[in-house]
Design a protein around this ligand. Structure first.
Ligand code: ITT
Length: 196
């Protein structure tokens, strides 16, 4: 069974990845290392910088297949806010703050985006997933994490926080980027991952 190492502080993200990996007969190992994320306007730049930094501070990771993932919630009527600043905004104003900002707002369209930076054999590759949806008018559900209680994926009557992990894994931005990564890993032999 192939092993890939997910470097994240977030246990929920690890659990989501771990479940998806089973479908690809792979195993995800959780690595929780302290490191500083850069601030940037693109999730791609943040994920790439984190991946590079981790390889630099822990050179032993170079021998493994590792990935980091950066995600964000982009709200249309707020011009894409909080986007790449999602972690900070969640910690400061939280779901209540977002709902307040959107009080009386009719355009509730939003999307979640996930960017994986995957490192193997000396190269980094990005995988992206996006899920469209809407911001509900109040918090609903207790599962998941972060903005899950206020996000309804399109055509679903439930917020992410009302879904089991398995159901969130049918719709989420993260399962899309993860599936891309696992498909890519399955398609090539270890030493040919990037067509070498
Ligand atoms: P890392 O250590 O992997 O960076 P993190 O929790 O800081 O873990 P991100 O920077 O990728 O994760 O995500 C930024 C914030 O966006 C995160 O703190 C959540 O509040 C929110 N978020 C990301 N993915 C989410 C999801 O699937 N459901 C709900 N909120 C999410």
């Amino acid at each position: 069974m192939k092993e890939v190492y997910f470097i994240t502080h977030n246990k929920h993200k690890y659990s989501e990845a771990s479940e998806i990996a089973k479908n690809y007969k792979m195993s995800v190992k959780w690595v929780n290392i302290e490191y500083e994320e850069i601030q940037a306007n693109d999730l791609e730049d943040i994920a790439l910088a984190s991946c590079k930094k981790l390889i630099q501070i822990k050179p032993e990771l170079k021998k493994k297949h590792i990935f980091v993932e950066d995600a964000g919630l982009f709200i249309e009527c707020l011009n894409g806010f909080p986007g790449p600043y999602s972690a900070y905004i969640f910690q400061t104003i939280g779901n209540e703050g977002i709902l307040d900002l959107m009080k009386n707002e009719e355009n509730r369209a939003a999307y979640f985006k996930s960017v994986i930076a995957f490192f193997a054999n000396g190269k980094i590759k990005l995988f992206v997933g996006k899920t469209n949806g809407t911001i509900f008018t109040e918090k609903r559900g207790t599962k998941g994490f972060g903005f899950d209680p206020i996000f309804l994926p399109t055509d679903e009557g439930l917020t992410f926080a009302e879904m089991s992990l398995t159901t969130k894994n049918l719709y989420s931005h993260r399962q899309k980027s993860l599936r891309e990564m696992f498909t890519s890993l399955t398609a090539f032999e270890n030493n040919k991952i990037f067509g070498e």
